[in-house]
Write a protein of this length. Structure first.
Ligand code: GLU
Length: 312
């Protein structure tokens, strides 16, 4: 499709979901106070070309959408086998902040729920908590194409309400392996979640995963191919909170949502996609974002498991 056609298509797509006002923003003040009508969509292809519509300059905390890249960084730092020793790759069907570990192995089910994400964060090479966060910030900055900063209010509010994540971190430390102090891990993880991105930057992070780890349109490598493949696999099976199965069958794009109202996906070899709309459904996924993704996937034939007739 020519560029103007794609842009017009994206504007129409937003109009088709704009009036849907089901759901509510997350109650963390920084999200609850955001304008619930904000709406944006962006596509970045593997060459770095950008198409977007709506409030694409609006910044918002990346929240759980930081989990995929941090998992990738942990794999690069300590190796996949070591990461798997600490965190499994099984969809849990549980809410993202469930305080639970696998009964037999004592491992978190996957790195997209908080227990697994806290462990993945702690496996990123430091040596100290500050160095670990700085490496995570730099990784996201490379993928997003801008030097990202943290939303201080979001970080402070997350820490104020950090009891649940602290509880999870202490449980992991008690029953399994958490290579660092639970307070430091929750502090670093909360900073990771508070990194601010725009919808276009989020789509660019998706596009970097879609290329196998190369920053779109450049030779700069953010993650290695093998780590990226592992990240995409886990996004496909576990990325959408406790509605991952529904997402795979209706959208079919490896993706991750966050409580700020963002969703980003990666179509391998093709593009990164992101949406932003703060009202969430009962699973914590953006209502209008999910609908836009469904529509996009159907209209542009992006379902990664789309059967193809053998040629000839
Ligand atoms: N910082 C949030 C938490 O850990 C992230 C949740 C999310 O976006 O899913 O509770």
């Amino acid at each position: 499709m020519p560029t103007q056609d794609v842009t017009a298509y994206l504007s129409e797509l937003l109009e088709s979901v704009r009036d849907l006002d089901r759901g509510a923003p997350h109650d963390l003040p920084v999200h609850a106070e955001a304008d619930p009508d904000l709406l944006a969509v962006a596509i970045v292809d593997v060459d770095g070309q950008v198409w977007s519509a709506g409030d694409t300059e609006q910044l918002f905390p990346i929240q759980s959408m930081s989990k995929p890249a941090v998992y990738g960084q942990a794999i690069e730092d300590v190796g996949l086998a070591e990461v798997l020793r600490h965190v499994d790759v099984e969809p849990s069907g549980d809410a993202f902040n469930r305080i639970s570990l696998d009964e037999e192995s004592n491992r978190p089910d996957n790195p997209m729920i908080n227990a697994g994400a806290l462990v993945a964060h702690s496996l990123v090479r430091g040596p100290h908590a500050d160095d670990r966060f700085e490496r995570i910030r730099q990784l996201h900055s490379r993928m997003a194409g801008r030097d990202l900063a943290m939303d201080q209010d979001c970080y402070a509010q997350e820490m104020e309400r950090g009891d649940r994540n602290l509880g999870i971190a202490h449980m992991v430390r008690a029953l399994s392996v958490l290579p660092d102090d639970p307070h430091d891990v929750v502090d670093g993880y909360s900073r990771q979640c508070a990194l601010e991105v725009s919808t276009v930057e989020l789509a660019r992070i998706g596009a970097t995963l879609a290329t196998g780890g190369l920053v779109p349109g450049s030779d700069e490598r953010a993650l290695h191919l093998k780590a990226t493949q592992q990240v995409l696999s886990v996004m496909l099976t576990c990325g959408m909170y406790d509605s991952a199965g529904d997402w795979v069958s209706t959208v079919g794009i490896p993706a991750k949502s966050g409580i700020s109202g963002g969703i980003f996906g990666a179509v391998p070899g093709r593009c990164g996609i992101a949406t932003y709309s703060p009202r969430l459904d009962g699973h914590g996924t953006s209502v209008r974002g999910e609908l836009a993704f469904r529509q996009l996937s159907a209209d542009l034939g992006l379902h990664v498991l789309r059967p193809r007739q053998p040629q000839g």
